[in-house]
Design a protein around this ligand. Sequence first.
Ligand code: SF4
Ligand code: SF4
Length: 294
Amino acid sequence: MKQSDKIKIAIASGKGGTGKTFVATNLFYSLKKRDYDVDMVDCDAEEPNCTIFISGDLVGSTDITHKVPVIDEIACAYCDKCRQYCNYKAIFLLPEAKIIKVIEELCHGCGACSVACEYGAIREKDVVQGEVNRYRLDNGCYLTEARMKIGVMSPVPVIKAAINKAGENNIKIMDSPPGTSCPFIHTVARADYVVLVTEPTPFGLSDLRQSIKTLDGMDKRYGVIINRAGLGDTKTYDYLKTNNIPLLMEISFDRKIACHYSKGELIAKEDIQWREKFIDLFNNILKHYGDSGN
Ligand code: SF4
Ligand code: SF4
């Protein structure tokens, strides 16, 4: 890879607790330590925790807002059009009783109701959805964190803002939200390559299949890391082989790793061999990214 080449790598998993943050933070640290131009984005806005493992100076915090409708009940004709346009059932209307309410917790700020209203009865107000925090680390690297406000319906606006505000370095490591719903999709949509972290268990394989189905639908390139290797069965390996999916790395179950992780420590910082393993992972990603297809 030339220094001028750019790549965004999302580290994702079908469910929480499989070790994606472990991989993301250790990969980022190992690259940074090798003087790669790398930034990190914590996109897991509902539960961002990269700052537990990577510390830096907070250099900026921005509130992320979206537009929520405010209905003027005097101008409103109770025509029902705004409610029909709302895909999120965020407008409650009883025309006979002349009652209309916006349920702010359900509103996604799409603006469809404002477009629909022909009576000029809707104006919009800004409502805070969360914040984006930027931390400056050494070597000119940044960690950008998406943090959603409690009680907000969707972390997507905060995730999008965090990715847009990420540092300018050529390599970006994105710690994706778990699962395969909108937060995951909006994160991996911005990635050039997706690393799926799984465990060799029936549950792990079921979640992995779902993630892969979603990524195939998005025409994304991806590879897989098997974490806690040796604990489960071989079905995940068989599945990868049959479907010609790259196995990028195996991480054996090791109490030493769990111990460091529980203390908020990076194994790549404590153990140079692990740093080399994560550099190998990066080279493996580049190799498969450079190949056509998976
Ligand atoms: S902005 Fe969109 S989601 Fe919110 S109430 Fe209007 S139509 Fe519904
Ligand atoms: S579209 Fe406008 S006029 Fe019709 S119910 Fe909604 S706010 Fe009232």
